[in-house]
Design a protein around this ligand. Structure first.
Ligand code: UT7
Length: 337
């Protein structure tokens, strides 16, 4: 029997995913509940988005607390102790507060006593970007073990009088532990992509509360601290970049090598349109959007953990994770399970 090489052909260390975890809050907000709050219907939401319910954080529950639960499950899955971690990356746009970083509290509560940490703000692409950062640190030898968490409480920045946004999003957290492939034994990181469509950053944004529009009575009155979105523009952008990323993987590896596509859980119609564009069947997709809606940076790692539990991460086959969102930032993560 030959031992697999610990270095990739370019001499860098090979990276794997040792563990995956997820956490979603208990409270369910169904389409029927939303019918009582805004002018919408279960039929409209299901037809246009595929969403049936989403989870909502309890009062007092915070982003670092949700991240903690997902991280603990991922570390347990990886059989790695928190004090072994070198780095904690928390991808979020709804952190506990503007600063310090949510990863600092997460690291402390987790007991990651040796780790450094920072937050990564790339909205729905945050986990996919953070995973590539983690892999680079391990490839270079700077780190041995890196935790990447995507965690969001979007319900706190949603305007529940705006039916264009409030029906789409939910709360949750997902986590992955990256280490050398030798130690992880599965989930080899094969690469990814990161991009931005600059100039489109106002299509999907939380305009108020930053240095551009600091919080004042006026910004609150204008509801600038809530999420604003031009849904149709996001829709078209998402289909285009999603299809492009999957097509690139198809061109390089071929259809038979792909075991599963786990996209950012944005909208079932976006997923269907992109899959149709690249000519792949929907049964190659893992989706849980009906139960959670769009959880931004948390959506890909939650879906990865559920795909693992459902036996959809097939050993030896590729898992493709395309993500896209505010910014308009987009990117994918490619793993051979
Ligand atoms: O991670 C990225 C985050 N972004 C997203 O997830 C959003 C991506 N975009 C989308 O998912 C879709 O564009 C939406 C689901 C937001 C909207 O679907 P659409 O097919 O693009 O509908 P539309 O914007 O063209 O709106 C159609 C109609 C409008 O009414 P009028 O102007 O035709 O009378 C909307 O006012 O549907 C109306 N509408 C609703 N009706 C009932 C919009 N939201 C709702 C609603 N319930 N919740």
């Amino acid at each position: 029997m030959t031992t697999p090489p610990t270095q990739s052909p370019n001499g860098s260390r090979r990276v794997g995913i040792a563990g995956l975890g997820r956490y979603v809050p208990e409270r369910r907000l169904t389409n029927a509940d939303l019918e009582k709050i805004v002018d919408t219907s279960d039929e409209w939401i299901v037809q246009r988005t595929g969403i049936r319910e989403r989870r909502i954080a309890a009062p007092g529950e915070d982003t670092s607390g949700m991240a903690l639960r997902a991280a603990r499950q991922a570390l347990e899955d990886a059989r790695i102790n928190p004090e072994e971690l070198d780095l904690v990356i928390c991808a979020t746009v709804t952190g506990d507060q503007p600063f310090p970083a949510t990863s600092c509290r997460l690291g402390k509560d987790l007991g990651a006593t040796r780790a450094g940490g920072f937050d990564l703000g790339a909205a729905c692409s945050g986990f996919v970007f953070g995973s590539q950062v983690a892999a680079s640190f391990i490839q270079s030898g700077a780190c041995q073990k890196v935790l990447v968490v995507g965690a969001e409480i979007l319900s706190r920045i949603l305007d529940y009088t705006d039916r264009n946004t409030c029906v789409l999003f939910g709360d949750g957290a997902g986590a992955a532990v990256f280490t050398t492939l030798e130690r992880a034994g599965r989930g080899e990181f094969l690469g990814g992509s990161m991009g931005m469509d600059g100039g489109s950053e106002d299509i999907l944004a939380q305009p108020g509360g930053g240095s551009r529009f600091p919080a004042t009575h006026e910004t609150v009155e204008k509801r600038l601290h809530y999420m604003k979105m031009g849904g149709t523009k996001v829709f078209k952008f998402a289909v285009r970049v999603f299809a492009q990323m999957v097509q690139n993987v198809l061109d390089r590896y071929g259809r038979d090598d792909i075991g599963v596509i786990i996209p950012h859980q944005v909208n079932q119609r976006i997923i269907e349109s992109a899959m149709e564009t690249v000519g792949l069947p929907m049964d190659m997709v893992f989706s849980n959007i009906d139960r959670y809606g769009n959880t931004s940076a948390a959506s890909v790692p939650i879906a990865m953990r559920e795909a693992l539990e459902a036996g959809r991460l097939v050993p030896g086959k590729l898992a493709v994770m395309p993500a896209f969102g505010a910014g308009m930032a987009w990117g994918h993560l490619l793993v051979r399970w």
